[in-house]
Design a protein around this ligand. Structure first.
Ligand code: ATP
Length: 240
């Protein structure tokens, strides 16, 4: 479904991605994990057409994405929830959720798409008429993920969905992602903390300074001490 090969990206004259490979198959939950600054957001922004790679290929549903505009990539069925949530402040929560139903057609009705998103984060029903500027960080994150799902995407990109959230809200987001996963929705999620990864993740990729240093299952990652040093920080390896 998504297949990235040999992706090289420069920013301000520095090589940020040094030829990475990554794939997501239909129905998979794949995690891209790496420390801050490893290049996760750059990978996502390249998929979405916000960054122009130096070379490589990003194929989605049999088509090359490089060279296409972000709105076109969204219309093709890639939903994106950015790290900073990017909820529209001057629209209500309901309007934020309806927006992708205007930009991409799908077999589901607009109403069903919004309802499905609200079922993932039922708390949002209380805030439907609230402005996007009057939300907490956790509420913004729910709107951002729910809005990306309302696109009815074939592939959903979630960039560090737990980053900067209070510990109380993390389980709410986590349960939402679990229910999205249970729908059979393909998800590529970025994360910097291995302990935030859901245990039902199908595969993970580890990115370190713009290079992919590991790909495999979570169990395989836990057995690889070099990988754990990158993704588990100070965690004692004997517990891993
Ligand atoms: N606009 C920019 N100008 C200069 N350097 C940038 C810019 N955006 C990103 N970088 C650099 O590219 C590298 C990768 O950044 P990126 O945001 O992709 O990492 P990340 O893995 O998503 O990390 P984080 O968890 O901190 O968001 C970092 O060294 C960062 O400083």
């Amino acid at each position: 479904m998504l297949s990235i090969s040999g992706l090289k990206v420069d920013i301000a004259g520095s090589r940020i991605l040094s030829g990475i490979d990554l794939a997501v198959e239909p129905g998979e939950l794949v995690c891209l994990i790496g420390r801050n600054g490893a290049g996760k957001t750059t990978t996502f922004r390249s998929i979405m057409g916000y960054r122009k790679p130096v070379s490589g290929s990003i194929r989605f549903a049999g088509k090359e994405l490089i060279g296409r505009a972000p709105h076109e990539i969204a219309q093709m069925g890639v939903g994106f929830s950015p790290e900073e949530s990017e909820v529209y402040a001057d629209l209500t929560v309901a309007e934020n959720l309806e927006l992708p139903t205007w930009t991409r057609r799908s077999k589901m009705s607009e109403k069903d798409r919004v309802e499905r998103s609200l079922n993932v984060f039922p708390k949002l029903r209380q805030y439907l008429h609230r402005g996007g500027a009057q939300l907490s960080g956790g509420e913004r994150k729910m709107v951002s993920v729910a809005r990306a799902l309302a696109l009815d995407p074939s592939l959903l990109l979630l960039d560090e969905p737990f980053e900067g959230l209070s510990p109380a809200i993390i389980p709410v987001i986590s349960e939402g992602i679990a229910s999205i996963r249970a729908m059979g929705q393909a998800v590529l999620m970025a994360e910097s903390n291995v302990h935030h990864l859901p245990d039902y993740v199908d595969r993970l990729y580890v990115l370190e300074r713009g290079e992919m240093i590991f790909s495999g299952t979570l169990a395989e990652a836990y057995r690889d001490k070099a990988v754990m040093r990158v993704i588990a920080g100070q965690v004692e390896l004997e517990h891993a």
